[in-house]
Ligand binder design. Structure first.
Ligand code: GDP
Ligand code: MG
Length: 435
């Protein structure tokens, strides 16, 4: 799926240090293909990739210490921008009832999700009324009554009466019975046709709903987007409810709707059950598409904690094999600043579920204590640490000489590793720097 494809593109970048123009080009090509395969509209993909590439080829990305992460961050920000920068609510009319008209193709999920939405408002203390304006299928009225019954929400119906009359009568009924919200469940068709649009237009003209919500089935991808475009042209909708996002939805609809219609997604349906509805949050959808759990939060934390200039200096030292215990200690402090290791691990996708991963925070503390017991000279010149110095250090930090030896051995191994990497002339990661 989209998530896997995008991650494959990012993974290739992650293995590299600085990125070249052609690395970025290749990544953009893969992002473009991934989006097209996910059924995002061609024009949307084109514009999206254009703005991402423009931002990515900037000097600051190429020269940043963590170019792959910077690119993921840019893609994330552009995804959010594409879907609308914030959650959009339904505007409540100062003069009740607030009338919400649900429109959409047959099977999109109007009846179910209209009821879900009414249920959501009921939970917030509103007194909604569901209205059966789909008069063409007798089963449709029954269906609305069933879901209304399950949610404890009254349903207004007048059988096969003209839908415009039903809607007007329902609003009067709501005013008389203290229902402050009215949800009109309208008819759909398999395809957009003029008869349906004219019916919906006359309901709109007569009752002037506060909100026309278009319900679209996310699983139908490009078709959903085309439907959204037609409905918007006919009815000038206010927002979109994207349903069936629990299925194998390819994500394309979520990415295209706003760009194509200019109207925001306001709610998402995430299952058949009547409480499976959520306000749409662009930033959550973006991280869901990127499949990254809270990895972005993690990146932000790392950025805050790592002093970029210091990191650059360290890299120099490593290259020159001048990395000392003092530098090692600095790195330890940087890692510390990011917060408890347990929290950090939980943010890595896939790791969150590994409840029994134990990070030995106290081991880090012991290492810290040993280094702190050394003189600055000793930290810069670990070779001078003879047995009497080691004894003094061990006493100073309340640990054993073996502990001091173990740390020195680990540090030695780390230096060997760096030498090897330097020998190969390859880029490597700083300790504590995530890549
Ligand atoms: P309408 O013709 O637009 O009124 O569509 P319905 O409300 O009757 O829904 C059509 C079908 O889609 C029903 O079987 C619903 O249970 C199902 N459905 C609606 N929303 C969702 C959803 O968010 N997830 C899943 N899995 N099924 C849904
Ligand atoms: Mg229906």
């Amino acid at each position: 799926g989209l998530t896997a494809k995008l991650n494959a593109a990012f993974k290739k970048l992650r293995g590299k240090g600085r990125l070249s123009e052609s690395d970025i080009k290749e990544a953009m090509r893969e992002i473009r293909l991934a989006l097209l395969e996910a059924d995002v509209s061609y024009k949307v993909v084109k514009d999206f990739v254009k703005s991402v590439s423009e931002r990515c080829s900037g000097q600051d990305v190429m020269e940043s210490l963590t170019p792959a992460q910077t690119i993921v961050k840019i893609v994330n920000e552009e995804l959010i921008r594409l879907m609308g920068s914030e959650n959009q609510r339904i505007s409540i009319s100062p003069k009740p009832p607030t009338v919400v008209m649900l429109v959409g193709l047959q099977g999109a999920g109007k009846t179910t999700n209209g009821a879900k939405l009414a249920g959501l408002f009921k939970k917030q203390g509103k007194r909604p009324l569901l209205v059966a304006c789909d008069i063409y299928r007798p089963a449709a009225i029954k269906q609305l009554e069933v879901v209304g019954g399950q949610l404890g929400i009254p349903v207004f119906q007048m059988g096969q009466e003209n839908p415009v009359k039903i809607a007007k009568a329902a609003i009067r009924h709501a005013q008389q019975h203290g229902n402050d919200m009215v949800f009109l469940d309208t008819a759909g068709r398999l395809h957009v046709d003029e008869a349906l649009m004219n019916e919906l237009k006359s309901i709109k003209a007569e009752v002037q709903p506060n909100e026309i919500l278009l319900v679209v089935d996310a699983m139908t991808g490009q078709d959903a987007v085309n439907a959204a475009q037609s409905f918007n042209e006919w009815l000038d909708i206010d927002g979109v409810m994207l349903t069936k996002l629990d299925g194998d939805a390819r994500g394309g609809a979520a990415l295209s709707v706003k760009a194509v219609t200019g109207k925001p997604i306001k709610f998402i349906g995430t299952g058949e059950k009547l409480d499976m509805i959520e306000p749409f949050h662009p930033e959550r959808m973006a991280s869901r598409i990127l499949g990254m759990g809270d990895v972005l939060t993690l990146i932000e934390k790392a950025e805050q904690a790592l002093d970029q200039k210091k990191a650059a200096e360290l890299e120099q030292k490593m290259r020159a094999n001048k990395f000392t215990l003092a530098d090692f200690y600095d790195q330890l402090l940087q890692i510390r600043k990011m917060g408890p290791m347990q929290d950090l691990l939980g943010m890595i996708p896939g790791m969150g579920s590994m409840k029994n991963v134990q990070v030995d925070e106290s081991a880090l503390g012991r290492v810290e204590a040993i280094i702190l017991s050394m003189t600055p000279y000793e930290r810069e010149n670990p070779a001078c640490l003879n047995s009497s110095r080691k004894r003094r250090i061990a006493l100073g930090c309340g640990q054993k000489v073996e502990d001091v030896n173990r740390l020195l051995k680990q540090f030695d191994q780390m230096q060997q590793l760096m030498k090897q990497m330097n020998g190969k002339g390859k880029k490597r990661k700083l300790p504590g720097k995530m890549g």
